[in-house]
Ligand binder design. Sequence first.
Ligand code: ZN
Length: 333
Amino acid sequence: MRYDESSPPPPESASSISPDRPWYARRSTLVVAAAAIAPACLAGWVLTEVLGGGANDDSRPPRIVMPLSASAKLPSAAPTPAADPAASPAPGTAPGATPGGTAPAGANALAGRTVVIDPGHNTGNFKHTTEINRQVDIGTNRKECDTTGTTTNSGYMEAEFSMDVSRRLRTVLEAKGLKVVLTHEAGKDRPFGPCIDERARIGNEAAADAVVSVHADGVSAGSRGFHVILPAKVKGGGADTAKIIEPSRQLGERIAGNFARTTGSAPANYLGSGTGLVVRDDLGGLNLSTRPKVFIECGNMRDAKDAAQLSSPEWRQKAAQGIADGIVGFLGG
Ligand code: ZN
């Protein structure tokens, strides 16, 4: 779960962007950055960035594959119809706005739709290290069944955080009329896991219209902010993400924009070029998904300021609302 502190900074680091500036105020800077890399994007280049340290669902180095076109698209902050307009920029002004989903707009677009929420890790995983270290097939590779996740310095577990946000998210989405499936209920239904391949399978078998895996990161202090992880294009064994690349990107952009708006958090300052979006090809939960799916790392549990937010029930409600607004917008509701 932890990126190695000795890792080189991302080559397209957005460290020049002040973390104190409002998220919306950054757009002009980001647009300039995006324009600067556009030629490389057109050439179809792909930058592969490998950071030392752990990953979300195993202990190997996270492999971040960032098609440069990803950086050229900014997260949409356009509010959904359900969003609070007073807290949002004027509709239609978001340069990165993208249409969400293919369904017609309105409440009817949500009827009969299913969302699968995957609370990252499990509070019981640390008691079942043998079971969660078992290798499972993720199509392109083999990885550990699951991991324990990280904690804040005061011991608040990522698995507790992810479950709490997931339950809040379920409540918001069900109030919208959506069918919601959680991949697990931690200690209530199972002592550990599920394994990452099963997490993906639950979304697939539910024929989910959107799947979101909820996490928080565990990197060095000073690294702050959220990021949404999008599936890379992979093919191998049971993994073939070609059909979910674009809808997952739309889902991720919607969530990133709305999450920033409801929480006031900035996109991560340590990866993703300040876009709040990262593409990875090493996560079994994404590689094995056949449904539009993203991960969200809501903040850095090892940074005191982020940890204070992540530990706040009020902030977690805002986080859940932002994710929910992103999902609803993606579904056209
Ligand atoms: Zn995690």
